[in-house]
Design a binder for this molecule. Structure first.
Ligand code: NDP
Ligand code: MG
Length: 355
């Protein structure tokens, strides 16, 4: 039996996990957190979680809360750059981390990996692409990683200048939180994922490709030296990567996602991405090459720009303009968690001033 603490329990990943864990006797939900959503108390009762923690109203620190809960593993499903501090705290205590919060890796992945090595904790990716690559790399050496992307709601739309908030929130294959849904529409999500893969798997950006795959069935591929490709396929459903990250090897999971209709037949498509219409992905490659400070600037300014778009303060096509402007400045290295957090605040503020 594994006791699991869920950070960000009221969100899309958090509730997907809780629903899957409901009838699983190998999982005990020992704690739940959220930022301010009062429905956390309802979830706490439903899942008989002995501890709950609402960031906005709890007087104790997350650090003290985790010490009290003493989980075997933590699912970090917090959205945005605030997830970094939580990841750091969990690993510092030597607790395994099932990591959905990709921003943690983008901002401070090297420090988190080093912390995990020092405390003996493990970081297990939950993001579907990285979960796939994680499994594919077991016992295999890859020359190239191919990260798939659905292409979002505007894959075939030519003019993006008049995109509305409602249109951008309508993702064709995945149902997710608002921030990641907008990031999927601009391809910033794929940009963050290229960075996440580069750090998690120690891969140079030149050997990480993105391929648009509208069906979201192939969750990513690795290319080997011989020119073979290994892929992980499943129905698009986050239950699979979340549950395999939580329960690990030797899990007793059965039919947790719908089987693919091989006997009925179905098609898979792969396309290149359009640099003109989706500048956020190219900006991510550029930031990755320039170093950690620029990754921090990218993620923080994107977060501010997405908030401004969702508030109706800027247009959809302003998002890459804001990020590009913040990335055009010079930034010193950020070497510690505190330096990363202050650079994050600074670059977020720079972006907010442009919105
Ligand atoms: P949601 O917006 O649906 O949920 C976010 C959760 O985090 C909520 O419980 C929210 O609490 C909590 N939260 C938000 N801000 C803070 C904060 N500052 N401190 C503490 N808790 C906070 O997000 P998703 O579930 O969609 O995404 C979570 C993470 O997983 C993101 O990093 C995303 O990129 C990643 N991910 C998501 C996927 C998906 O399918 N959704 C797929 C792959 C990765 P409250 O309800 O109180 O606001
Ligand atoms: Mg993903």
């Amino acid at each position: 039996m594994k006791s699991v603490l869920v950070l960000g329990a009221t969100g899309s990943i958090g509730t997907t996990f809780l629903n899957a864990a409901k009838n699983n006797h190998d999982i005990h939900i020992c704690g739940l957190t959220a930022e301010k959503n009062p429905s956390l108390a309802v979830l706490g009762k439903e899942f008989k979680a002995p501890y709950i923690y609402l960031k906005g109203s709890d007087s104790s620190k997350l650090d003290e809360f985790i010490t009290r809960v003493r989980p075997d593993i933590v699912l970090n499903a917090i959205s945005g750059c605030d997830g970094l501090t939580a990841s750091w705290t969990v690993l510092d205590k030597g607790i395994d981390l099932a990591l959905a919060n990709k921003e943690s890796i983008v901002l401070g992945g090297e420090l988190l990996l080093e912390k995990a090595r020092n405390t003996g904790a493990e970081i297990i990716p939950v993001d579907s692409e990285h979960s796939a690559i994680w499994h594919l790399l077991k016992g295999r050496k890859a020359e190239r990683l191919i990260i798939t992307a659905s292409g979002g709601p505007f894959r075939t739309r030519h003019d993006l200048s008049s995109v509305t908030i409602e249109e951008a929130l309508r993702h064709p294959t995945w149902k997710m939180g608002r921030k990641i849904t907008i990031d999927s529409a601009t391809l910033a999500n794929k940009g963050l994922e290229v960075m996440e893969a580069a750090i998690l798997f120690s891969f140079p950006s030149e050997r990480i490709d993105v391929s648009i795959h509208p069906e979201s069935i192939v969750h990513s591929l690795i290319e080997t030296e011989e020119g073979a490709y290994y892929a992980l396929l499943s129905t698009p459903d986050m239950t699979l990567p979340i549950m395999t990250a939580i329960l690990g090897e030797g899990n007793r999971l059965k039919n947790i996602v719908r089987p693919l209709p091989f006997s009925a037949g179905f098609s898979l498509h792969f396309e290149s991405w359009d640099k003109e219409r989706f500048p956020m992905l190219q900006l991510a490659y550029d930031a990755l090459r320039k170093g950690r400070s620029y990754r921090i600037a990218y993620a923080s300014s994107d977060e501010a720009a997405v908030d401004a778009f969702l508030d109706g303060r800027i247009s959809f096509t302003d998002i890459p303009k804001v990020v590009s402007s913040v990335l055009s400045h010079d930034y010193d290295d950020a070497d510690t968690i505190d330096e990363i957090l202050s650079l994050r605040e600074m670059t977020k503020k720079e972006a907010e001033d442009l919105c």
